[in-house]
Design a protein around this ligand. Sequence first.
Ligand SMILES: NC(=O)c1ccc[n+]([C@@H]2O[C@H](COP(=O)([O-])OP(=O)(O)OC[C@H]3O[C@@H](n4cnc5c(N)ncnc54)[C@H](O)[C@@H]3O)[C@@H](O)[C@H]2O)c1
Length: 334
Amino acid sequence: MSKILLTGGAGYIGTHIAVCAQAAGHECILLDNFSNSDCGVLVNLGKIIGSQPVCITGDVRDSGLVAEVIARHGINAVIHLAGLKSVEESVSNPELYFDNNVEGTRSLLAGMEMAGIFRLVFSSSATVYGEPEYLPLDEEHPIRSVNPYADSKIKVEKLLANKCEKDERWQVACLRYFNPVGSHPSGLLGDNPKALRANLMPMIARVLTGKREFLEIYGNDYDTPDGTCLRDYIHIMDLAEGHINTLNFLDENSGCTAINLGTGNGVSVLDLVRTFEQVIGGEIPLRMAPRRPGDVPACYANCDKAKALMNWEATRNLATMCESTWEWCKRIES
Ligand SMILES: NC(=O)c1ccc[n+]([C@@H]2O[C@H](COP(=O)([O-])OP(=O)(O)OC[C@H]3O[C@@H](n4cnc5c(N)ncnc54)[C@H](O)[C@@H]3O)[C@@H](O)[C@H]2O)c1
């Protein structure tokens, strides 16, 4: 059994990891500054795991606090999710993204070193690949910064690789998430409805909950089967379970390993919308809009490494992703 510190644990991905970790027999302590989450989520998390989760209000940029929490709770692994994730916000405020995401990780590492633990799973992103040179994207694909958010992930990955090169005690995995969507099947947890994000699923959720009249599809003239962009949507529960496999992998492996977490399927915007319509038994009002700058036509993962190294692969399909999102949408509206 591991005692895991989940930084950013009150967020979308962290709460789902807390559920999967408990199911696998691990104990989680959450650390969050609630800059993009609400402490109310802890009540719902408690309903699923059967007890109130331990959550410390604090910032990863406080290395003394990190060291103290690790020592006090006997933590032996950290899953580092605390970070800001809006591409748009990162363009308007790059310093904030550098400070919170890069300097935040530097402080976290200092806190871990003070406390004498060296096992870390980092939430990276497929955005580090930039515009794909080939598909599906494997972990050997070149890394390219396309915006300050991507830049912050690349800088952290480099920081972690350097740490591991200099000190063989470090056991680090950089998980490159593709497009996490969906919710816990109870509908009690899900993506933060307060955070305005330009991603497709949050946009659909806004239409379904009446906060937007219609869904805009940015570009239907791409060189793809139906002209809309292809993305690799992965169910949040599959993604969360991947972290448990990663911890098992790190038990026996040191150094810094980058691993994709996706499904390997390129799903078009229209495929996703049509599947959603089947699930809700109704139509989602659509409008075609011009392409958005920066959107690549297609982006999907090669997930062979995750399967080979840690025997993990995604198992949930698109309909399950839509159903669970729908459960979450109904709950936040009620
Ligand atoms: N959701 C996605 O689509 C996606 C895709 C790729 C990578 N990621 C990465 O995964 C991680 C988690 O994403 P999420 O979707 O759960 O986001 P989220 O915003 O729901 O959760 C992040 C949590 O971190 C907290 N936080 C932020 N800065 C902090 C700090 N300095 N100290 C303490 N807490 C802090 C926030 O309050 C929030 O609760 C992020 O690092 C994100 O960049 C997310």
